[in-house]
Design a protein around this ligand. Structure first.
Ligand code: SAM
Length: 376
């Protein structure tokens, strides 16, 4: 079994996709919100890690530090927290060259959360909470970031596998149960175990995962108030294992749309890569010729998504709306859509609906301010 210590020996393909999502989002976030005032934005990597993996892949803090010292110098400030001594030392070494835009704290995020947030003042913040399992991601700490009253966007890793394991202790009389249940309570910030059981109970583990994700999403949303948005996307390995959920929380429609589009940009060709991977494994086992032509092409996937969106647009469009609102409401009203489509799919869906006489547009379908009128 893989241990925490071996995590940084090699960056796995799914970790690379997760890091690419957060890095691209930080880039977009800084481009949109950064002004020339010194260090106007803050990136907080609460579980920063080693900085560089054994296979030379850059980790999330180094990627952020590169942006903060290059393209966004004097705009973006990075704050990293790392608990492990060795990882902290490596991180310090890998980021010395970026010293002017990086601050690193050694210890637990919970110890530093108040100070980091107070230092951030009223600046816009992007937080990345990427713990192993759920330890260190206690609700009290997460809540401090999520409920901040200034602009705060947050990516966090929800480890549903660990949570399902912890839930299994609710009816257990094992001597470890108390500690595990305390961790569960701390993670959700819900102390009533019967309520936790009730909210996550389901006949299959797939449905239990969905309930765990939904419960955590609703916890986050309840902290953020009326404009809160929480998207959730399962990170699945090439061999089809659901590793964890990457969640995104914000209070701004454009931020939600940007996060969604970035996830989709990174993940768009995953079904094709998964099919190629499975084909490779199958070929190694059987030496039989390829079945790859049976898997859908990128073009087929594109049309399939466009058709799905057309249906959903008609479901939500009453009389008129602008395209940004449609994009956002598709995500807000259909939690499963987060990360599964982006602007190009929406543009095509709107063009086709216009050709079919279902809607009228007062501008280009690619512009977010264009108004859409329902005709039938
Ligand atoms: C999954 S790794 C982070 C990987 C990193 N985000 C990346 O993409 O390269 C989690 C890291 O958090 C550290 N850690 C664990 N608990 C922590 C805590 N309570 N506070 C701060 N760091 C912690 C671990 O030592 C580990 O290095």
């Amino acid at each position: 079994m893989k241990t925490e210590n071996s995590f940084f020996e090699e960056a796995k393909e799914w970790s690379c996709r997760k890091m690419a999502i957060v890095e691209k989002y930080l880039d977009g976030f800084t481009k949109i919100l950064g002004n020339r005032a010194s260090s106007s934005l803050v990136y907080i990597d609460g579980f920063a890690g080693r900085g560089i993996y054994g296979n030379d892949i850059k980790g999330s803090p180094v990627r952020a530090a590169e942006l903060a010292s290059g393209k966004y110098s004097n705009i973006l400030q990075c704050v990293f927290v790392e608990k492990d001594d060795d990882n902290f030392n490596d991180l310090q070494q890998y980021t010395t060259q970026y010293y002017s835009c990086v601050e690193i704290y050694k210890g637990e995020l919970s110890e530093y959360a108040d100070k980091i947030l107070s230092d951030a003042g009223d600046r816009a913040v992007l937080v990345f909470l990427d713990a192993f399992g759920v330890k260190g991601m206690g609700w009290k700490t997460v809540q401090k970031f999520i409920s901040r009253k200034f602009i705060t966007d947050c990516w966090l890793r929800l480890d549903h596998r660990t949570i399902l394991r912890l839930l299994g202790y609710i009816d257990s009389d094992s001597k470890d149960a108390r500690g595990k249940l305390d961790l569960l309570i701390e993670t959700f910030g819900i102390s009533d175990l019967n309520l936790l059981r009730q909210l996550t109970d389901a006949p299959s583990s797939l449905e239990r995962i969905q309930k765990v994700v939904k419960l955590y999403q609703s916890r986050l949303k309840s902290c953020m108030g009326q404009n809160g948005f929480v998207g959730s996307y399962p990170i699945i390995s090439l061999d089809g294992q659901k590793k964890y959920h990457l969640m995104f929380a914000c209070k701004n429609r454009k931020a939600a749309v940007l996060a969604n589009d970035i996830v989709n940009t990174v993940e768009d060709d995953l079904p094709v890569k998964q099919a190629e991977y499975q084909e490779h494994i199958r070929f190694q086992k059987t030496n039989q010729p390829s079945l790859l032509e049976l898997t859908p092409s990128l073009e087929e996937i594109f049309h399939y998504k466009v058709n799905g969106l057309k249906q959903k647009i008609l479901e939500l469009l009453q009389s008129q709306s602008d395209i940004l609102t449609i994009h956002y409401e598709l995500l807000n009203q259909n939690p499963d859509l987060f990360g599964t489509f982006r602007r190009k799919h929406l543009t095509k869906a709107l063009s086709e609906l216009q050709e079919e006489g279902c809607i009228e547009l007062d501008g280009a379908p690619s512009k977010e301010i264009t108004k859409v009128y329902r005709l039938k």
